[in-house]
Write a new protein. Sequence first.
Length: 713
Amino acid sequence: MKTVKQKQGSAATSSGMRRRSFVKVLGGGIVFFFAPWGAVDLIALPVQQRRSLTKDYNAFLHIAEDGAVTCYTGKIEMGQGVITSLAQMMADELNVPLEKVKMVMGDTELCPYDAGTWGSLTTRAFGPAMRAAAAEARAVLVVMASEKMGVPVNRLAVKEGVIADTANPSRSMTYAELARGRKLERYLDVKPPVEEHTSFTYVGKPLYHSDARDKVTGRAKYTGDLRLPDMLYARILRPPSHDARLISVDTSAAEKMEGVSIVRDGELIAAVSDNRDLADMAVVQINAEYTSDRSEINEVTIFDYINKGEFRSNVIHSGGDITTAPQLCDQVFETEYHDPYLAHAPIEPHAALARFEGEKLTVWASTQSPFGLQDGLVRALGLSLDNVRVITPFLGGGFGGKAAYRQGIEAARLAKITGRPVMVAWTRDEEFFYDTFHAASVIRVKSGIDKAGRIMLWDYNVYLAGTRGADNIYDVPNARITSYGEDRTKYPVHPFGTGPWRAPNNNTNTFARETQIDIMAAAAGADPLDFRLRNLKDEKMKAVLRAVADKFGYVPGKAPSGRGIGIACGTDAGTWVAHMAEVEVSRSTGRIRVVRLACAQDMGLCVNPQGALIQMEGCLTMALGYTLTEEVRFDGGNIRDRNFDSYEIPRFSWLPRLECVIMDRKDQAPQGGGEPAIIGVGAAVGNAVYDASGARLLRMPFTPERVLKAMQG
């Protein structure tokens, strides 16, 4: 088999999709365009990559001739359930039966631009915009019906897609009748309000996910399940570590294999075959030589390395005078907290299928950022934006790790060279190696209390963990919060890629803050719940703390009480959340068994309580991993954990009793629900271990060895 070589093309300038393309792919019906809702979702995108929606609209609706409603959104479905909750909002605003609403998600040719699905922004940012658009669509349809029926608008009402004359209900028109065989653009100068919560039919109703049956029966298609005629499978030659540089390569042995071709494009070297097993066998026959300048940093020395570093500093909050505050304190506490690198470890590894049809490229990819991948393909292959389409099937988990889309670029480059569709499906080894890990970090806190147990000093310094969750939620007169970020020109730290990990870094900051609060409560001889309530002015935080305590059946007590109960609270994605944990600790082995976890959250309007409950329970379960076992072991750029045999994620056998409370806040704006419940588990469990054993844990995760050492110390 011969080796194929090709140089990578230059990037092309991005341009918006033509409106006629939308109309062409949709066919008959009514088309609505709406003005942009603003740049809230563009914040996460680098400036040079930003592009905006066509100014005529911000959301796209299609009402078919049979009355079916399709909503197009750039958001994707990765298990969080927005395929159901968005449909609930759409059905209520249009006043149509829920079963009439179909969601089309993450298709760059059909859907309006969206920066990506992350930050728990779908419900709280896209949701209100979609509701406003649907409300305007409903109002336009009523105006159209008024004109056709000769009935004043104020005499018309809509129910289940039927517009009827309230004075003569026998006179009516359906959305289907208005849409039959027509396309229409229409705007309202005065935008109608969205429905009041008292009028909801579907929003607030607990519903199982609409895709659940397909997923449990195996009918749901993920990227790796897709097949195209004449498709090739590719296995790519990977370096042994992130600091390795290719010196030489010998592909002769692999080239001799029947049914295999070796493809090379610069340092992209792959074995391709129409048989996946052959591609797997061929890539290991490639003899490659690498050199590297391996860093001495590993999972043990990383924290000392961070402590010696030079960083960019940013004071994100300053109030009072922290230099004189210690004089106001009866007790002062200085503590250092450590948090390791974490892998996202989704059950579905990254995958992509790419196909060229003439100049048109289509890529199906497991990515949280279909439009980001589209931009990346334009840059990498020198194509125009109109000639690149990205489609995102279901994702088997993302947690921030699938914001990156390397596999999509790889598949497209190989498809261009071979002239055939190419599937790149990462192995578990590749998934761990190329993960964008949660960053290791150090947090130093100096705090103090007066004789009455009032917090008088809070000097919080966070290194490399960012500011999400770093805000001081307590009432402290003298406080400063400083964030220190990596400056790679002066002091590079991370030997591999890092990125957002579910509620990015909030679990780190909440762990440090809530452990420090517990330390002060214990020193003050105060019940940890009462100590928090006395130092809080935030009524929402007080409410979730009281709600979780009520759910838990909490009885006040001073720690360490021997009971094994811990508390934590915080905010994330606009949601207030509080946790309580009950644990048992083996004094002989150091093993922790989490017996119970309770969580209360105030997330504003809860669109689908069943979906929100699933997200909360998923967060609590996933949090047990970062709390008890998960940390990435490495030597410089060499990742030593490459599978679940050594990187231990939570197991069903670990699961404690889970108790969740969703506060009734239907009259408030919806907030994020996919991440907040994960942030406080580490702190609550760590505080519970102290209550049970007197051992204070300052380093995640809480392995038996660390627990024993803390108890001995």
